[in-house]
Ligand binder design. Sequence first.
Ligand code: NAD
Length: 484
Amino acid sequence: MSFAQWARVVSRDTNRSLAGARLFVPPDSPAASDVKSQAQQWGMILVSDRAAADFVFDASDEEDGLSLLAMNGAQAIDHARKRMPVVRRLLADLARTGRLAGVRFAISIVLEPKTAVFLEELAAAGAIVGIYCDGESTDPRVIEELRKRGIEVAAQVEWSARRRRDEALKLLDDIRPDILIDDGASFARLLMSQRPELAKNLIGVAEETTSGVRAFEAMDRDRALTFPVIAVNNSALKTNFDNAHGTGETCVTTMLEILGAEAFENSSVAVVGYGPVGAGFARRIRAVGAHVTVCDTDPVASLRAVFDGFATADLSEVAPHVDMVISATGVRHTVPLSTLQQMRSGALVGVIGGISNEVGLDEIPGFARTESPLSQINIPQGPTLRLLSDGDGVNYTAGNGNPIDVMDLSFGVQTMAIGYLLEHRGKLENHLLQLDADADRHIASVALEARGCSTSTAHAQVYDWRLSRFEDEMTSEHEGEERA
Ligand SMILES: NC(=O)c1ccc[n+]([C@@H]2O[C@H](COP(=O)([O-])OP(=O)(O)OC[C@H]3O[C@@H](n4cnc5c(N)ncnc54)[C@H](O)[C@@H]3O)[C@@H](O)[C@H]2O)c1
């Protein structure tokens, strides 16, 4: 079994993050040195002691073990709960302040077992919780299980666009939220346009992702915000882990699952957008054999890609030649119809992370969703291409979503954001705000403790800005003179 095959199986079976995990490769494994180098590029830590490893590379691992996918809702939620010590501890601390009791939450976020753990812990702390989710981002096993446990869920795989909007509004009317937890700013915008009277009562909003933060930034610039918003996405404990590791990693393992374990071997891939998501994805497909060209409109991001060892180019230059074009921008029409028309017949186009119409499918007359992870699409006056997940983010539509340990950190940031909104209730300005670095340090300390790891302790505890190089030099000179 190659490293790519092994990563695919392990990620499917456990939904654990491989980045930062300790791997033992038995010395007698076939191609052990290749496997080690790929694992390191993937972000794994190699250990020589089998007992100290989180994972052991086993070239003979069973290909057909579908353990996580075969679990029912209750089992999958339980599997996630055991691996989410950070959010459980932070929510328990917040519950002890008494601030959560009776607070009403409307949540619009990808609905999977990890989300269910977060919702249940909030509800157990005395909050009233309701969740809306689009069908394609919903794990159907979780819907029934949450309803059984008394949480209002508005999500159904087959709803029409109008029905989705109506159900989202119904949830907002039922919950009458104090706090919104949003993913893409869509719930907040719906509330502002359709239920302005409910928007007036909000304590605040916590926004999960980059594209939502972008929308709230624009609203803040236009002075349109009538409540404070915490940019959860912008905390280091979110962006540097969820965007950079989790999304990149899951997109690759999900694509290996859909396309076959050797899909990237010697393939040429244009990665469009080199933010944390694109960069994490590019690093990992390079580890499993892809030749990557980065296409980013921002010179700083492009230069970063060059320093990371990637080729860079304009998308229109490379699109006619590559095997895959993968968008990681969160920007509408990043891959427009004109680019699709340039591509080679049989090439693949897809989105990681993502917003709707990041690939310009709305420019194709009569385009119809197939609800399939891989379909064919005839481009007008152009080639027949392969399309991933109807152009939606491949990780949350076709995969297991972000690894559990990564979502534990993201929900940890959400918990700190909720705590901040409740602690400063009524005193915050109606702007887009960000948690300070102390919040990140606190979450990181809890996460390190949960893993049995620690930080170093500095001996000089007090920083004195008056002590510059000149003072240090004069002090040593004086001491030298005294000794002489
Ligand atoms: N779990 C998840 O699925 C998940 C997690 C994190 C982020 N996301 C989503 O993934 C997407 C990317 O996130 P990010 O944090 O890396 O975003 P980012 O904004 O940090 O980076 C996007 C990059 O794309 C570039 N870009 C924008 N428009 C472009 C264009 N037309 N052509 C080429 N380059 C262009 C920008 O210059 C930037 O460097 C967002 O939609 C975000 O919401 C999803």
